[in-house]
Write a protein that binds this ligand. Structure first.
Ligand code: GLC
Ligand code: CA
Length: 512
């Protein structure tokens, strides 16, 4: 099957600014990443998702692309990029890039051209109203910045004008074009040209930013028929021309798979299964299943997860995240021993693991640092990778790095490589174990016990996973079949007893 590699992929997400600085300017770069490929491989990751690497004024961390056909000089030269891709492939590591299809930077020459007072061939590439004085309701609109007679729609920040993929429901024909209009189709063709450009250059696919945002007035997130039609068209282009390429959506809804994505992230949205498992908050307090105060609810998690899983089962994969560049890291809220069982649980659910750089050593969300490049509260999750105990945690030789680095005796790669019991070494053995058992890359999944903060017990084919999130021992009311034996554990091993399974505090056990 085309793109079959995705099934056994384990991704490592890299925020290029923050991974490794090779030339001492305080920013991470391609050469830095290339120098750490062996490390990524040693973790058991065989794929990378690289956050935006394009030429950008960085008014939203690179999600504001000025030139889609050029790398950011901040990260090195075009050759450095090609060398990174080539070196990754030589080590058996796939690389997917970040595709930003919905909006460009306000500094993109196409946008600047579209903002001219004189009509030209870019007039329909973005979404402009025909009146500079009005701000139509229901849209994010900017006016009074350019001489074109109109105001324009933005998708996210005011620096990110929305590209024109048209409207599904046209309410104002004076300025809204249909998603079937020539202008809308041209934008789609332009997007395909961007994708072909990077696939021809060796990329193995894309993580697609705000994938559900293309067509306006397109209904609920779980429907979006016109946006879905665009992606199905793009998927068939890929199937024909680049059968090994994959697209992974930032959509977070089963509709993404129906729209043709190979995989879709289960992001941290309030009340969804990921959130209920580790990040659910009520009145500012963590009330998720893994919180050790025991107020979380495994049943709500299992119900939501099962529904989602059943909705996509054999048509695509869930992207399972430890965190990402938009989400608060789990540390320091959770300590290293908790993180071990949290990651083990997330990454043994059916789906494709996406480990966010630094999570493997328990890097902390850095509180109270000033926002940089409009990271705002996301900035604390984007700080430089902590390699060792030298200056700037080994990330850079610069006097000042673009975000503060933390030097921590425990939270760095060098120390954890030496410590057999470290989180880092636990992640390595988890991924190695996962790799050896095809049950984990199957779609087979059944919850045997999910209730309150009691041990969570689920089956993956012939394997049974038992997790205790609490710091006290518990018993799971599940009878294991005779001759079942534990084949992997974190913390003390769970054991079959008369009335079920005795599950030690903070433990994760897999039975066969
Ligand atoms: C996505 C990205 C986020 C960015 C936004 C706008 O949510 O993950 O970092 O700010 O889209 O492009
Ligand atoms: Ca650099």
């Amino acid at each position: 099957m085309a793109s079959a590699w995705l099934k056994s992929a384990v991704f490592y997400e890299i925020y290029p600014n923050s991974f490794m600085d090779s030339n001492g300017d305080g920013y991470g770069d391609f050469k830095g990443i290339t120098s750490k490929l062996e490390y990524i491989k040693s973790l058991g990751c065989n794929a990378i998702w690289l956050n935006p690497h394009y030429d950008s004024p960085f008014k939203d961390g690179g999600y504001d692309v000025r030139d889609y056909f050029k790398v950011s000089s901040r990260f090195g030269s075009e050759e450095d990029f090609d060398d990174f891709i080539k070196s990754a492939h030589a080590k058996g590591i796939k690389v997917i890039l970040d595709l930003v299809p919905g909006h460009t930077s306000e500094e993109n020459p196409d946008f600047i051209k579209s903002a001219s007072s004189v009509p030209n061939d870019m007039y329909d590439r973005y979404i402009w109203t025909n009146d500079p004085w009005s701000s139509p309701e229901g849209f994010k609109i900017i006016n009074g910045r350019y001489d074109r007679k109109g105001s324009y729609l933005v998708n996210f920040f005011s620096t990110q004008p929305a590209l024109n993929y048209g409207f599904n429901r046209v309410d104002h024909p004076e300025w809204q074009s249909s998603c079937k209009s020539e202008a809308a189709l041209k934008t789609r063709e332009w997007l395909k040209s961007v994708m072909r450009f990077w696939l021809d250059r060796g990329a193995d696919g894309f993580r697609v930013d705000m994938a559900d945002s293309l067509v306006k007035n397109d209904g609920e997130q779980s429907e979006k028929p016109a946006t879905s039609e665009i992606w199905r068209d793009i998927r068939s282009m890929l199937d024909n021309e680049y059968p090994d390429a994959v697209i992974v959506s930032e959509w977070s809804n089963p509709q993404a798979i129906r729209a043709g994505f190979h995989a879709d992230f289960m992001l941290n949205h309030h009340g969804n299964p990921h959130n209920l498992l580790v990040r659910y908050e009520e009145n500012g307090e963590n009330r998720s299943y893994f919180d050790p105060d025991g107020k979380g609810d495994a049943a709500a998690f299992a119900k939501g997860f099962t529904e989602w899983h059943d909705a996509i089962k054999n048509d695509g994969y869930l992207g399972l995240i430890s965190c990402n560049h938009d989400t608060h890291r789990l540390a320091p809220h959770f300590g290293q021993d908790q993180l071990k069982i949290i990651y083990a649980t997330i990454f043994t659910l059916p789906g494709v693991p996406f480990l966010y750089y630094g999570d493997e050593i328990g890097m902390k969300y850095m509180k109270d640092i000033p926002s940089v490049e409009c990271g705002f509260n996301r900035t604390g999750s984007r700080t430089p990778m902590q390699w060792n105990m030298t200056a700037n945690a080994g990330f850079s030789s610069a006097e000042k790095t673009f975000l503060p680095t933390e030097t921590d005796k425990v939270v760095n790669v060098a120390s954890q490589e030496k410590d057999k019991k470290s989180l880092l070494n636990c992640m390595k053995s988890l991924f190695a174990f996962r790799r050896e058992h095809k049950e984990f890359v199957s779609t087979e999944m059944e919850f045997l016990h999910a209730k309150g903060a009691e041990p969570l017990v689920y089956k993956r084919g012939g394997l049974t996973v038992v997790v205790n999130p609490l710091k006290v021992k518990q018993t799971a009311p599940v009878k294991l079949a005779p001759k079942t034996k534990a084949i992997f554990s974190i913390g003390k091993e769970a054991k079959a007893v008369k009335d079920g399974i005795a599950v030690p505090p903070l433990s994760f056990t897999v039975f066969e």
